[in-house]
Design a protein around this ligand. Structure first.
Ligand SMILES: N[C@@H](CCC(=O)N[C@@H](CS)C(=O)NCC(=O)O)C(=O)O
Length: 158
């Protein structure tokens, strides 16, 4: 198997990339990374010091690919299937990239601040960041609701 996805099954960032794999029935092997294990963490950080999943390893091309939008574009380029993730037209492609940024930076990030804080020990809690997060999420949801008022998808057509 050439493609190995280093991932955590409960992580929404990993689902984002899994959708791209499943849409095109692209074969891959999942490597579940346990960041509670110091040895696994060290091995993963040698590949990507940020510790953030997912990460794609392509042995056939000897490439390691980081960051969800980059992994998705990599799959489109090097393991293409019937479903295109980034449209061919320049305007439509920019629109998809804008939505990708909106969901990653203004939905995922505040959501993870809230969820992450719940599972941290009391001494490590970050009340300032968590206090900002709901307002940021509400702003993003308003943007998304307005955009979806007359369309079924965040970008593109059915
Ligand atoms: N900007 C990154 C974000 C990835 C990210 O935040 N991954 C989370 C899971 S959704 C993670 O690995 N968290 C582990 C940690 O923070 O220790 C991407 O798009 O790939």
């Amino acid at each position: 198997m050439s493609l190995t996805l280093h991932m955590q099954p409960l992580a929404s960032c990993c689902w984002k990339v899994l959708i791209a794999f499943y849409e095109n029935d692209t074969p891959f092997e999942a490597k579940i990374v346990d960041l509670s294990d110091p040895a696994e963490t060290a091995a993963f950080q040698a590949l990507w010091p940020t510790s953030k999943m997912p990460l794609l390893r392509d042995d056939a091309r000897d490439q390691t690919v980081r960051e969800t939008p980059v992994i998705i574009e990599y799959l489109q380029t090097w393991s293409p299937g019937p479903v295109r993730f980034i449209p061919g037209g320049a305007e439509a492609a920019l629109d998809v990239r804008l939505m990708d940024r909106l969901f990653d930076l203004y939905v995922q990030e505040p959501m993870q601040k809230i969820v992450g804080d719940q599972i941290r020990p009391a001494v490590a809690k970050d009340s300032y960041c968590v206090a900002q997060a709901p307002a940021q999420l509400a702003m993003a949801y308003d943007l998304i609701e307005a955009r979806l008022a007359d369309r079924p998808w965040a970008a593109g057509e059915v």
